[in-house]
Design a protein around this ligand. Structure first.
Ligand code: ZN
Length: 676
């Protein structure tokens, strides 16, 4: 699964408080705001390290990005059967419009167009609700008639789907939601997505139940690449493949995969691409599984990619995959960081502040891979995940493992963008703390994640005979607490300077401040008034922060202070705070090692769940005044081959200047095999 939930954490949370003010540096546009409309902010990301790749790696990436862009129309059509004609007429009206561009009708139309481009169709990418136009049908029909006179591709009232387009845009009861999950409704008939047509939920379920064999240890992902409909009264699947549905787009994907093939970095990567081509050519789900296994087990290449029908959140029954592609390459610098930590795993374990009985005599660190995205496409564009964890098939994960990566240039762009959005100024207590965070939060936040993932979860051991599930419903909260405390404790260790991972003994304070602020206050902005904290990571952060606040009270280690009626976190003694983190780590490790459910439950219930309603109201109010867009997305860089006199590619140039609508219009013009 692509870890979409992680995005929300970064966008809304303090995790996004920034590092360098790159967004103001014209030479590094990472995090630049390219466009802002409705509830959306469109940012730019950069691709550090691309220019240092070999020519073959650049060519490999180039053809894979072409394969990624070639699939764009597939997702649009999957998201709703009138989306492609809708896009055609909206773009034609926009480009041929010769009236006043400050006319309120036109401005409302422009906003609607930008929303539709962002949603890859008429529906919000997150809520899946239909967009509501702020202009009138009369105005729009008049513009469309004018556009039709100027551009043959524009639609007019004589078009066969015109009536449906007008209903889609102006009738709120017509196909109102892309994915309906409401209990009791026929989820297929009431969802506007285009994975099904003319069939009921019951017919679809009966169809798949008849296909499934419960004794198959390696079941294919039924329905992943098909549209289900009826033919002569019988339920049938129409496969997405060459010669099937979306053939023209898939042919172009395959043609570019074939061009990429000679540049594969390992023979296994070459074999996996061949299986992917076979899958696109035949529609055979067993070929997709073969591809997935080869892909999962091949961990050596620098350049890697996802291209296919992957996530099924868009299907209320969770069967059919939305088309997406992400092309990426290993971020050597960041991956070096995780290797250094991983290689020193035993040192960290031996010096951990827990009872030696609970330490692992022999510990092996995991070295997480950090990547930079080169292109985002399909369901991963413009809204994108910050991590990838694939494949999705459970039996493949069990037998062959999975790949889990974080996309550092995307998190960097979020981080850069959040700088200057007013968040720090509103919530961080004073200028010196803000400066420290500006300088060191990006690196310490990343190191915190590395320590948490590479060492924290793998540290410690259970005493013999202890049930690993002894902590039951509180297991995941306490496990995240343990991993976070391990990371927090070591973030302040001078050993990190010795390893060359940090260059200032005070840098850890940036993460400490952010962590306490988030755990005590700012993460509450994601909780509705009157509700408890439920999500495991949020509970864990609250547990740690509230526990440290209370247990440091006698020495005034951390306090909540009021200034001009506003609450601020004030840390008076960072070293003592580190001591408290170590002390709590020892206790949480004891609870885990001994399977002490009662003690674990008591900690969670006392510190992690209940919200102070007054403070909560204050946080929500202060956050609302900041006017930070709740959703963010990205424009892609533009890759252009540089050729010599005889047409050979000598370099791939990367450019970061394209705007949001220009990029959308260029994609519609150059990568739209399904609309002509
Ligand atoms: Zn974790």
């Amino acid at each position: 699964m692509i870890a979409k939930h992680l995005i929300a954490a970064t966008v809304a949370g303090v995790a996004s408080i920034s590092a360098m003010a790159n967004s103001t540096d014209p030479n590094n546009p990472s995090g630049t705001v390219v466009d802002r409309f409705a509830d959306i902010e469109v940012l730019r990301y950069t691709v550090p390290g691309f220019n240092e790749l070999s020519l073959d790696q650049k060519k490999f990436i180039y053809y894979l990005t072409e394969a990624a862009l070639a699939g764009r129309d597939i997702l649009w059509d999957q998201n709703g059967r009138y989306n492609l004609p809708l896009r055609g007429v909206l773009e034609a009206v926009y480009t041929t419009y010769d009236g006043d561009r400050r006319d309120p009708q036109f401005l409302a139309f422009e906003k609607y167009l930008k929303q539709v481009e962002f949603g890859n169709g008429a529906y919000h990418h997150y809520s899946t609700d239909k967009f509501v136009p702020g202009f009138t049908q009369e105005w729009f029909e008049a513009q469309a008639r004018k556009a039709a006179n100027k551009e043959a591709s524009a639609f007019d009232a004589a078009n066969p789907v015109w009536a449906q387009l007008m209903q889609l845009m102006f009738d709120p009861t017509f196909m109102p939601k892309r994915v309906n999950q409401a209990e009791g409704a026929d989820l297929i008939l009431t969802s506007a997505n285009n994975f099904y047509e003319g069939v009921t939920q019951k017919e679809v379920e009966d169809y798949y139940n008849a296909l499934k064999n419960p004794d198959d240890p390696t079941p294919p992902s039924y329905g992943l690449n098909t549209k289900v409909t009826k033919l002569d009264g019988k339920v049938v699947e129409i496969p997405y493949k060459i010669g099937g549905l979306y053939s023209a787009a898939i042919e172009r994907i395959v043609a570019n995969l074939e061009k990429a093939l000679p540049y594969a970095e390992t023979s296994q990567q070459e074999a996996s691409i061949k299986e992917l081509i076979r899958y696109y050519t035949t529609g055979d789900l067993r070929a997709f599984d073969a591809y997935s296994i080869l892909w999962t087990e091949d961990t050596t290449p620098v350049v890697d990619f996802v291209n296919g029908f992957i996530e099924s959140y868009g299907d209320p029954l969770g069967m059919t995959g939305s088309w997406e592609s992400i092309v990426n390459f290993k971020n050597q610098k960041a991956s070096h960081r995780t290797e250094v930590i991983s290689n020193a795993a035993q040192w960290f374990e031996d010096h951990s502040p827990v009872n030696p009985r609970f330490r692992k005599p022999q510990v092996k660190g995991v070295s997480a891979k950090v990547i930079n995205a080169a292109i985002l496409a399909g369901d991963a564009y413009p809204s994108t995940p910050i991590g990838i964890n694939l494949p999705n098939a459970n039996w493949i994960r069990a037998a062959h493992g999975s790949k889990s990566v974080t996309i550092e240039n995307i998190t960097q762009a979020y981080d850069d963008a959040s700088h200057g959005n007013g968040f720090n100024e509103e919530f961080v207590i004073d200028a010196p703390t803000r400066e420290l965070m500006d300088k060191y939060l990006f690196i310490t936040d990343n190191l915190h994640t590395d320590l948490h993932e590479c060492l924290g979860h793998g540290s410690g051991r259970l005493l013999p005979g202890v049930d690993p599930d002894a902590l039951k419903a509180h297991g995941s909260t306490l496990e995240e607490t343990r991993a976070d405390l391990f990371a927090l404790y070591y973030l302040a260790d001078p050993y990190l300077l010795e390893l060359g991972l940090l260059d200032n003994p005070d840098s850890y304070k940036a993460e400490y401040y952010k962590y306490m602020l988030n755990g005590l206050m700012t993460q509450l902005m994601r909780i509705e008034p009157g509700k408890d904290v439920e999500e495991a990571h949020m509970r864990n952060r609250k547990l740690i922060a509230e526990w440290a606040l209370e247990h440091g009270r006698d020495r005034n280690v951390v306090e909540l202070v009021k200034r001009d009626g506003k609450t601020f976190v004030k840390i008076n003694d960072y070293e003592a705070l580190r001591g408290l983190f170590g002390q709590l780590l020892a206790e949480i490790q004891r609870i885990k090692s001994e399977g002490d459910y009662a003690a674990g439950a008591a900690l969670v219930e006392k510190y992690a769940v209940k919200v102070d309603p007054t403070l909560h109201r204050e946080v929500l109010h202060r956050y609302a005044t900041l006017d930070i867009a709740p959703y963010k997305g990205f424009v892609n860089p533009v890759y252009t081959p540089v050729t010599d006199a005889s047409g050979n590619i000598t370099d791939i140039r990367v450019d970061y200047t394209e705007g949001y609508l220009p990029q959308m219009f260029r994609y519609s013009r150059d990568y739209s095999p399904l609309t002509r």
